[in-house]
Design a protein around this ligand. Sequence first.
Ligand SMILES: Nc1ncnc2c1ncn2[C@@H]1O[C@H](COP(=O)(O)OP(=O)(O)OP(=O)(O)O)[C@@H](O)[C@H]1O
Ligand SMILES: [Mg+2]
Length: 334
Amino acid sequence: MEDGDFAAVLGPRRVGKTSVINVFLNEYGSEYKYLYYDLAFGMGREAISYTELTPVSTNISEEELEYSATLNLGLVKMDIKPRGIAEFQNAFLNLLRYLNKEGKKTVIIFDEAQVLPRFAPLNMLGMLQTISDGFENVTVVLSGSMPGLLERIINPTGDRPFFARYVERINIPRWDVKESVEYLKKGLPDSSEEELMEAAKELSNVPGFLAYYGKLRTKGRTHEEALSMTVNYAVKLWKEDLRNFIRIYKSPAYIIALRTIAKGPSYGVATEEIVTEITSTLKISERRAKEVLKNLVDGGFLVKPKRGLYQIPERPLRKAVLEFKAEASWEGYP
Ligand SMILES: Nc1ncnc2c1ncn2[C@@H]1O[C@H](COP(=O)(O)OP(=O)(O)OP(=O)(O)O)[C@@H](O)[C@H]1O
Ligand SMILES: [Mg+2]
């Protein structure tokens, strides 16, 4: 927060990105004026209206602002309905200009920020650029579970450098088995190491799912019950994520790619094999098929453990992909 105009909190799904931001606001929120936006609602949508861009929380109070800034805050919070994009955009910039001029340290946080470009024609990214260039007391924090997509926003192309040079990156990885077991042990001291190892492995060391499993056990569920309930929960969430992704990307090629990899060995499947599977089922070029793979990596559904190999990073996601077939009902599905 002190160093950069921009900070990005990056990491896979359910690792605790939002928690990091919430802890930050709890611990340090009083030192800053903040506007906190949660854009998760827009993840499965192609277009979103700027009128839906309302902060879920803010500590900027009207009392400390002068009249015109109060008006701007009202427009930014949509308490006062803006008469159009231009009015909203001006209100947003004017509010920040006022806070910046008053020397108030301000932070604007966008959770699931990869959704920001879908507010077009509202040019949010351009506004953030203006803010970072012009307002030295304002920091922008972007967070998101689709690291590659967020990266494209932060640093779109080499010839069009965006705010890349300013971004302070915070990467939150999944835990390793040791961290997972240590975490579970704190709440389940009487559990066998074997059970906790199994939970760590089946839930692929994802903090969110381990927390879910741990909670069920502290409520009296057996290891087997808690684990199967958590796996079901994880598979359900991953299916929703897949559905949201397909709604935006719309090609059966994504399902074919994922399914080919899910059926293969857990260490991964070779690029050629996946591309062949896609191009032999659908009439698309090899180049398009490779783009599909890149989008899946950027969306957080695949990783490349090494060159020429694609892998599904979590066990419940593998399961979700294999079960997804029967549910897909949109046009063009093979
Ligand atoms: N370090 C941690 N220790 C224990 N529980 C944690 C930790 N980090 C996150 N959790 C729990 O994991 C769950 C998911 O966390 P959170 O929502 O912050 O993750 P996220 O990365 O923002 O997920 P999403 O991809 O869904 O946005 C929450 O229930 C949270 O309480
Ligand atoms: Mg989150």
